[in-house]
Design a protein around this ligand. Structure first.
Ligand code: FES
Length: 105
C-alpha cells in the first residue's frame, strides 16, 4: 500500500496507508481528517477538498484540469501547488505523496 502523508492546517503530519483506486480526498477523509470537508463528495464542484501538494511531488501529480482550475480560482489560498484532492487518483506511483490541507476559504 502506498503511503500518504497529510499535514493538517496546524502543520501536524500523519502518514497513512493509502488505498489505490481511491482519490487522495477519499483517502484523507477515510482516515478521519475532519478538516477536509469534501462537501460535494468528489464531483469537482465544491473546492472544499483543496490541498497544497508538497514541492517534491507537484511535478509528478501534475497540474489541475480546466474545471478544477476554474474552481480553484475561487479560493484565496490558491497557489502553484494547489489541487483538488478529489481529482488526484492514488496510485502506487504516488507512494510517499505529501499534501497539506489548504486553509479554509
Ligand atoms: S470534494 Fe468537492 S471538489 Fe473535491
Amino acid at each position: 500500500m502506498p503511503k500518504l502523508t497529510v499535514l493538517t492546517r496546524d502543520g501536524d503530519a500523519r502518514t497513512v496507508d493509502a488505498e489505490t483506486g481511491l482519490s487522495v480526498m477519499e483517502n484523507i477523509r477515510d482516515n478521519g481528517f475532519d478538516e477536509l470537508l469534501a462537501l460535494c463528495g468528489g464531483c469537482c464542484s465544491c473546492a472544499t477538498c483543496h490541498v497544497h501538494v508538497d514541492d517534491d511531488w507537484i511535478n509528478k501529480v501534475g497540474p489541475p484540469n480546466d474545471d478544477e482550475d476554474d474552481l480553484l480560482e475561487s479560493s484565496d489560498h490558491k497557489n502553484e501547488n494547489s489541487r483538488l484532492s478529489c481529482q488526484i487518483e492514488m496510485t502506487d506511483d504516488l507512494d510517499g505523496l505529501t499534501v497539506q490541507i489548504a486553509p479554509e476559504d
